[in-house]
Design a protein. Structure first.
Length: 111
């Protein structure tokens, strides 16, 4: 069961990366960014496992959340909390679902 929990933590990390990719392509005030892979500014376009391990695990770097995303503070916070180095400290899928559901009510958005 302990190994299954590790997979859940890895899935939450990956979900944060998916949210980052989506957010880069969403328009906010007419601004959106070109598609890029996560960590594009830190590793080559086809990085090795060792290159990724060095950036993510050793240096503990994360994708940059641009300043213009400040208008979507909740989503930036969710992404950053999905990327905690300590997997046990990351958000749970249920917490993410509840936060997004609450946000959709506040913003009058259907999910």
């Amino acid at each position: 069961m302990k190994h299954f929990d590790s997979f859940k933590c890895a899935d939450i990390y990956a979900l944060g990366l998916v949210y980052w990719e989506i957010a880069r392509r969403c328009s906010a005030g007419g601004i959106h960014e070109e598609y890029q892979l996560p960590y594009y500014e830190l590793v080559p376009s086809d990085p090795s496992i060792e290159e990724m391990r060095k950036v993510v695990c050793d240096q503990k770097l994360r994708p940059t959340v641009p300043n213009w995303w400040q208008s979507y503070e909740v989503m930036g916070k969710i992404m950053r909390e999905c990327w905690y180095s300590n997997g046990a400290a990351r958000l749970t899928a249920l917490r993410i679902k509840k936060t997004l559901s609450h946000l959709s009510v506040l913003e009058d958005v259907k999910i």
